[in-house]
Design a protein. Structure first.
Length: 293
């Protein structure tokens, strides 16, 4: 490994950026850090990090440049006047696929190779191999290949293609699924709130049930790939729409708003009204898709 390959500059020391920096320091890398609020950078100095006075100084320290800032606009502001020619730039700032593609073009115009990253972890998981943390990366395949081992120190790596927007898309798709799950969990707890069942006791049942239901995604994937939305269906859309009435009546009895359930139920009803009662719920995907461009 060359000397430069052991050097990393980390710009942005919020909880996630600091966790990345600490993981590399613990693994013996030479880490230069910069943060707008200098006290956060100084906190890492005692752990062996070199503290840069400016973002330009951090980038100029050599090696891989990793950016973990508040948002895409912050990346543009911080690096606006920084020389990036010949640099490898890894941006793990949360962004949209479109923002990632625009930022990659911006970086290329400045002579930098670019990787975008989507972090599938919370800060305490970083640097802990057993945590299951990983980061989606997309963009320059050469840059990823050259630094795969380095990037694998804080968390596992999953390269998802040369389309630089792919990491952000994977990230947001999984987070969107998580958000839907949180909505369902919230509704379930609201229903049980007045019952003589301890929340922790119910949580065990909830986790067990959701785990059993998770393979639904595999069935939906098979239906989308074959175009046969009735493939393997055991509870069809007609049955589920009928059953939705019980869910709504129970919510009313328990004094719980149905607003987390109703949007999905409305889509199910639309698909059923269009004559697809023998399907499962996969057809809702087609209702959600809008023509772009």
């Amino acid at each position: 490994m060359t000397h430069d390959a052991k050097k990393i500059s980390v710009l942005g020391l919020g909880a996630m950026g600091a966790a990345f920096a600490r993981a590399w320091l613990a693994a013996g890398y030479e880490v230069t850090v910069w943060n707008r609020t200098g006290s956060r950078a100084e906190a890492l100095a005692g752990e062996g990090a070199q503290v840069a006075a400016t973002a330009a100084e951090a980038v100029g320290a050599g090696g891989l440049v990793v950016v973990c800032l508040l948002d895409d606009a912050s990346v543009g502001e911080v690096l606006a006047d920084v020389e990036l020619l010949g640099k490898g730039l890894v941006n793990v700032t949360t962004s949209t696929p479109g923002q990632a593609r625009e930022r990659a073009e911006w970086a290329a115009a400045r002579g930098a190779r670019y990787l975008d990253g989507g972090i599938m972890a919370v800060p305490p998981m970083i640097g802990s191999p057993e945590s299951g943390a990983y980061v989606f990366y997309s963009g320059s395949p050469e840059l990823f290949a050259a630094h795969r081992d380095v990037l694998g120190v804080p968390a596992g790596t999953r390269y998802v293609g040369e389309d630089v927007g792919s990491a952000a898309l994977h990230d947001v798709a999984l987070l969107s699924a998580m958000t839907g799950m949180f909505a369902g969990v919230s509704h379930a707890f609201a229903l049980m709130r007045g019952a003589e069942v301890a929340p922790r006791e119910f949580a065990g049942l909830l986790v067990e049930w959701l785990t059993a239901m998770a393979p639904y995604a595999n069935g939906g994937a098979a239906q989308l790939e074959t175009g046969d939305y009735a493939l393997g269906v055991t509870s069809n859309l007609a049955m589920m729409v009928e059953g939705n009435g019980t869910l709504l009546r129970t919510a009313e009895e328990q004094g719980v708003s149905p607003e987390l359930l109703r949007p999905f139920m409305v889509l199910m009803e639309r698909r059923l009204a269009a004559g697809h009662g023998e399907e499962g719920t996969t057809g809702v995907v087609d209702l959600l898709r809008r023509r772009v461009g």
